[in-house]
Write a protein that binds this ligand. Structure first.
Ligand code: HEM
Length: 143
């Protein structure tokens, strides 16, 4: 990601992060209404999960300037997701649902550029997680 893109993401997120609880509430509501097939992967009580998702988004945005520091934790998170049963095709669903909720919440502050930036940022996070998931599956297969 280039500097201008990171700046726009940081600036956009600085307005959304204080409304983080609303963001994750809306995200999971939308995810489970539009993709009920993923609901059973998650626990009944989603309070911990909501907190963790928000923390991971903050971590990822804060790490955009030092992407090498994102590698290890995001790969490990991707490996845990492989254990949860998360498949590669689920990642675009989560990305698009998050981007859509962010756009609804940002209102007039949202534009095509924000759409492109956030999609790219979440693709970056997903691609690192998927490397970790793949490594976990390869290790399991040869165990
Ligand atoms: C941008 C991509 C994603 C991020 C940042 C993210 C973040 C997180 C975090 C922080 C956790 C807490 C546990 C841990 O750290 O391993 C978690 C758990 C989980 N995530 Fe994700 N996730 C992403 C993508 C997905 C996708 C695509 C799915 C599949 C629909 C998914 C399903 C789950 C499930 C089922 C759990 C475990 C819930 C539990 O049993 O406690 N996640 N996620």
């Amino acid at each position: 990601m280039d500097n201008a893109q990171i700046k726009r993401l940081e600036e956009g997120f600085s307005h959304l992060a204080p409304r983080g609880e609303e963001l994750v509430n809306r995200f999971y509501s939308k995810l489970f209404v539009e993709h009920p097939e993923v609901r059973s992967m998650f626990p009944d009580d989603m309070s911990d999960q909501k907190r963790k998702l928000l923390a991971s988004l903050v971590f990822a945005v804060q790490g955009l300037r030092t992407p090498e520091k994102l590698q290890k934790p995001l790969k490990e998170m991707g490996a845990r997701h492989a254990d949860f049963g998360t498949l590669p095709e689920h990642y675009p669903i989560v990305r698009d649902t998050l981007v859509s909720v962010m756009s609804e919440m940002a209102g007039d502050a949202w534009n095509d550029q924000a759409q492109t930036d956030w999609t790219a940022a979440l693709d970056l996070v997903s691609s690192i997680m998927l490397v970790g998931a793949h490594e976990r599956e390869t290790a399991n297969a040869s165990a």
